[in-house]
Write a protein that binds this ligand. Structure first.
Ligand SMILES: [Zn+2]
Length: 203
């Protein structure tokens, strides 16, 4: 497949390690760019971009935060997305916290969840590990909001019939290896271990 055959670049969020090539694909091959409205405004420079602080993060994370602050991704967004939108077979679920406009995309036919940096299977930037990981604090604007987004998404998944069906089997995170099969049950166990969802709650 050639880049010009792409029908769109769907951004999970605005950080440059995810959005950095979008401008190149758009300018060179005319590929339209999609992002949630809240991140689109920052990618287009309409709203100011929050500055990343190292905080309690590692030395390497601090360096990467400096790089992000110095060279943030900038790209015109052809379609600003909202929670509940669909793009082809992908549903948009707004999960703010890591960034203002972070989203999950759920691929309806394969029941795969693309989680960006809001649910990971590696601790960024480079350390791979076997298990699941929450958003990395240095790179995350609002941890409490990210946790709330994850919790809300999981509980929506629990009440099928009341809201949209958000069940999924596979996780395709922004960093780390895919989690194939039974991903939701493993993620719920992980969230219980982390205290993100209560041990006895029905999710
Ligand atoms: Zn990120």
């Amino acid at each position: 497949m050639w880049p010009s055959e792409l029908t769109g670049v769907l951004l999970t969020h605005r950080h440059s390690d995810h959005a950095g090539n979008a401008r190149w694909l758009r300018e060179k091959f005319g590929v339209p760019v999609f992002a949630h409205r809240a991140d689109a405004e920052i990618l287009e420079g309409i709203r100011p971009r929050p500055v990343m602080e190292r905080g309690e993060g590692s030395f390497v994370a601090g360096l990467l935060a400096k790089v992000e602050n110095r060279w943030p991704a900038r790209v015109p967004v052809d379609r600003a997305l909202d929670d509940g939108d669909s793009v082809g077979s992908l549903e948009v679920h707004w999960t703010p916290g890591h960034t203002e406009g972070s989203v999950f995309y759920r691929h309806v036919h394969t029941r795969a969840l693309l989680s960006g940096d809001t649910l990971l299977t590696a601790v960024p930037p480079l350390v791979y590990r076997a298990g699941l990981a929450l958003p990395y604090p240095t790179f995350t604007g609002d941890m409490a909001r990210a946790y709330e987004s994850i919790r809300a998404f999981q509980s929506r998944a629990a009440c099928r019939g009341h809201t949209r069906d958000v069940a999924y089997d596979h996780l395709l995170p922004g960093h780390g290896r895919p989690l194939w099969n039974d991903a939701r049950a493993r993620i719920v166990d992980f969230l219980r271990e982390q205290g993100i969802v209560a041990a006895n709650s029905r999710v």
